[in-house]
Design a protein around this ligand. Structure first.
Ligand SMILES: NC(=O)c1ccc[n+]([C@@H]2O[C@H](COP(=O)([O-])OP(=O)(O)OC[C@H]3O[C@@H](n4cnc5c(N)ncnc54)[C@H](OP(=O)(O)O)[C@@H]3O)[C@@H](O)[C@H]2O)c1
Length: 364
């Protein structure tokens, strides 16, 4: 019975995009204005990516799935791509394969460089070291794609003692973003993209039990972490605008994409029922390359707006080309966003204030 309940939650979490019937939580007054999105062309593809030559893009989890496709598309558009990965072996293998593919493809312009950066988001010391290496190697950053993620493992802790999904998907990216912000503010047109999920619509931030000590449900914890991603994007954008920074913060979700996320999840939780469900659901999944389009749109499209949130345009947001989509109602509660920001900064041992920008602490 428990397995059936878990399976039901899994399918609902994976497929429940853009549900207009998802109500705002009773405690969540809808406060923040929703950014007005410019109309998005119907069939945005990687061919629409503007030339990225001279830009430096850091992609977390770039050795697999959406991260790999994002790295491929950005490098093909001329960017130097920093593949930030927890496994040096997987990163080097992915880099080698990408370089061979990019060299085979005939393009009018040469592709950008691919570099590897060690990064374990489940270890805040590793995040700090990665940010320091980026500062030392590149001195500035144009794009930060907070893409890496884990889904629905049994309760596990990060090196710093946080619940794995909250720690990896949210806190690791939160710390990486704050620690690389001065590098982003040093560049015109810099953007930070948080990769979220339709699971955000089912998320609730359990402020009284963020480590999942009192109760742990692996799907609830995944939804919480993905809601935290989109809340952080919106809150960061507000804080950036407040101090006159030109850096954009955005969020994107891929719909249902065929990546290693589901097999890795099953490998961790050992659920034969979920493995079976994924096989049955397979025809619904789109390719990783299609799934990566919304985050690529958020990262590069001139039409993307500050605080924009993009996802696929077909099948209720499960597949298709990028378009602007509404965030979960819970993410629009400014008070909860500020609370999440403050508690995340505290857990990461960082100041809740944005780090000083270039010059006198502000950028234009
Ligand atoms: N695929 C979908 O249908 C779907 C739907 C909604 C949202 N998403 C989101 O899309 C993002 C990308 O996932 P994906 O589908 O491309 O899955 P994926 O193929 O499994 O890729 C996930 C990446 O994250 C990396 N990663 C996991 N833990 C990490 C850690 N502690 N430190 C650094 N990197 C870590 C993985 O590294 P290893 O290879 O070493 O494990 C891998 O490179 C995730 O945030 C996920 O929540 C995906």
């Amino acid at each position: 019975m428990l397995r059936l309940v878990s399976l039901f939650r899994m399918s609902v979490t994976l497929s429940g995009y853009e549900s207009p019937s998802v109500p705002a939580p009773a405690s969540a007054p809808v406060l923040a204005p929703v950014p007005v999105a410019a109309p998005v062309p119907g069939s945005w593809t990687t061919a629409s990516i503007p030339d990225q030559t001279g830009r430096v893009a850091l992609v977390t989890g770039a050795n697999s799935g959406l991260g790999l496709e994002t790295a491929r598309a950005l490098a093909a558009s001329g960017a130097t791509v920093v593949m930030a990965c927890r496994s040096a072996r997987k990163a080097e293998e992915a880099r080698g394969a990408l370089l061979r593919e990019l060299a085979r493809e005939s393009r009018p312009a040469p592709h950008g460089a691919l570099d590897v950066l060690p990064l374990d988001l489940a270890d805040l010391a590793s995040v700090r070291a990665a940010a320091a290496t980026v500062a030392e190697r590149y001195g500035a950053l144009d794009l930060l794609i907070n893409n890496a993620g884990v889904m629905a493992p049994p309760r596990t802790l990060t090196r710093d003692g946080f619940e794995l999904q909250f720690g990896t998907n949210h806190l690791g990216h939160f710390a990486l973003t704050l620690q690389t912000l001065p590098l982003l503010e040093a560049r015109a047109g810099a953007r930070v993209v948080f990769v979220t999920s339709g699971a955000q619509y089912f998320g609730r931030i359990a402020f009284d039990d963020l480590r999942g000590e009192r109760s742990y449900d692996r799907w609830r914890a995944y939804s919480q972490s993905k809601l935290a991603n989109v809340m952080t994007a919106l809150e960061l954008q507000e804080r950036l605008l407040e101090r006159g920074s030109a850096v954009l913060a955005l969020a994107a979700h891929p719909g249902l994409a065929r990546t290693n996320l589901q097999p890795a999840s099953v490998a961790m939780n050992g659920s034969w029922l979920e493995a079976r469900a994924y096989r049955l659901m397979d025809p619904l999944f789109q390719s990783a390359a299609m799934g990566a389009l919304p985050q690529l749109f958020a990262a590069t499209a001139p039409e993307a707006v500050p605080g924009g949130h993009y996802g696929p345009d077909q099948w209720g947001g499960m597949r298709g080309h990028p378009k602007a989509v509404p965030v979960a109602p819970a993410a629009r509660d400014a008070e909860r966003r500020q609370r999440l920001w403050a508690v995340s900064a505290e857990l990461c041992g960082l100041s809740a204030d944005l780090p000083p920008g270039p010059g006198n602490g502000h950028s234009s």
